[in-house]
Design a protein around this ligand. Structure first.
Ligand code: AMP
Length: 421
């Protein structure tokens, strides 16, 4: 057994996987740019207090938190919304509104690793700050939908809820304010028995309607279905109907509502949404987001914000499961000089190709022809360029197409005219 192992819950990514990840990442960046969002980057670690301010003391148990050599309490970021809002409050408040930003980066959470759940993982997220809420909510959900659409993932399901509906339902049956967060957490975990028990403990036994409503999912008719069961939460229902109409205008008519979307975190205020990739099984949630208020908590002026974070690693898994082709990196040409006399000419051709953007490599191992062919095949090179004495005499190279096996003599002076792509 090797002496050093990766820390639990972390992964190494080889070149082939990295090429795929970078492809998906740049696709998502491009989509965000077409929506007018600009990229931001913040530090990988922040003061622990920032995350405590956002999520409460308990978050410390879920983080990589430590004291640095200067005695400061530091945490590796478990998410990026808090950092972005700190950045906004410190430096972006006076910018014209709305502020539209996106980010990509690694996050750290001290949790029990399993398929699709890691201790170091990646999120691609966006935040829209300072626009009226319904416009911002529609724009942000549309960006999330467009991101997965342009990746070719067509089985993802977006479920949208509104916390004011839950709040009205809580008030309707008399759930005290100090128990509402605990109820939301149970709803978030779909732990309906736990919810019933908690409510029974505080002598609330008329929770049937609440439980019926949080199980409803569907299109516009689901809103009507829920409204038949309760007269509470009218504003929230109207809001969601309006939001679905707006998303339809964006071209996304397949969004659904789900009154059980509660998001575990306390700082969400209105609309909340999640996106699932059904092929992922237990860890199927690929995105979570909603409207929130954090700026004032961080010492800034209160401002509407809506954002989300995609679990990038789960997107990669979902793309693989649904058979979506993600191109991996291919080498255009592999150059094989035969004998030392050919090496200088081979090197010159190598750099000519590289300078022209043709990905190319050259034999560094002194392999003979058959071993070099095997190797070129192994690394997936599209062409092999052979330069021996015969070729040198003719100021040419032999280009072999690895798929068809066809060979062609190409003058060195015309090498860039050859179609390597
Ligand atoms: P959250 O910040 O908890 O709302 O998470 C947003 C998204 O990040 C989730 O929907 C998941 O796709 C992803 N995610 C959260 N935790 C992990 C983890 N430990 N490993 C991999 N992905 C995660």
């Amino acid at each position: 057994m090797p002496e050093f192992q990766r820390p639990r819950g972390t992964r190494d990514f080889g070149p082939e996987e990295m090429a795929k990840r970078r492809f998906v990442e740049s696709n998502m960046r491009e989509t965000a740019s077409t929506f007018g969002f600009g990229e931001v980057m913040t530090p990988t670690f922040e003061s622990t207090d920032l995350f405590i301010a956002r999520s409460g003391e308990d978050i410390v148990n879920e983080m990589y938190a430590f004291e640095d050599k200067g005695g400061r309490n530091i945490a590796l970021r478990p998410e990026l919304t808090a950092s972005v809002m700190r950045f906004y409050v410190n430096e972006m408040q006076s910018l014209p509104k709305p502020v539209k930003v996106f980010y990509f980066g690694n996050m750290f959470r001290y949790e029990r690793p399993q398929a699709g759940r890691y201790r170091e993982f990646f999120q691609f997220g966006a935040e829209l700050i300072g626009a009226p809420s319904i416009e911002a909510d529609a724009e942000v959900i549309a960006l999330a939908m467009q991101s997965i659409k342009s990746l070719g993932m067509d089985d993802a399901v977006v479920r949208i809820g509104h916390l004011s509906i839950l709040q009205s339902l809580f008030e309707d049956i008399g759930v005290p304010e100090n128990q509402q967060v605990a109820c939301r957490r149970l709803i978030d975990k779909q732990d309906y028995d736990g919810l019933k028990n908690l409510l029974a403990e505080i002598s609330i036994d008329n929770s049937e309607t609440l439980i019926q409503i949080i199980k409803i999912k569907g299109g516009k008719d689901a809103i009507a279905q829920a409204q038949e069961l309760t007269s509470a939460g009218e504003d929230g229902f109207t809001y969601l109907a309006d939001l679905l109409n707006r998303l339809e205008a964006y071209g996304f008519s397949n969004c659904t509502v789900d009154f059980g979307v509660a998001r575990g975190l306390d700082y969400y205020t209105g609309m909340v949404f999640e996106i699932d990739a059904p092929s992922l099984g237990a860890e199927k949630q690929i995105c979570g987001g909603g409207a929130y208020k954090l700026a004032d908590l961080f010492g800034g002026q209160e401002v509407n914000s809506t954002g989300y974070a995609f679990g990038f690693d789960r997107i990669m898994l979902a793309l693989e499961n649904s058979g979506v082709e993600v191109p991996s990196q291919k080498l255009d040409a592999y150059i094989l000089p035969i004998g030392d006399s050919a090496r200088t000419a081979a090197t010159e051709i190598l750099m000519k190709l590289r300078n022209a953007g043709i990905s190319s490599d050259m034999d560094l191992m002194g392999r003979n022809m058959s071993k070099a062919m095997k190797y070129a095949n192994n690394i997936g090179s599209q062409k092999v360029i052979i330069i021996g004495q015969k070729e040198l005499d003719e100021k040419s190279v032999t280009v072999r197409d690895m798929e068809s096996g066809e060979q062609e003599l190409v003058p060195i002076s015309k090498i860039l005219d050859y179609n390597f792509k």
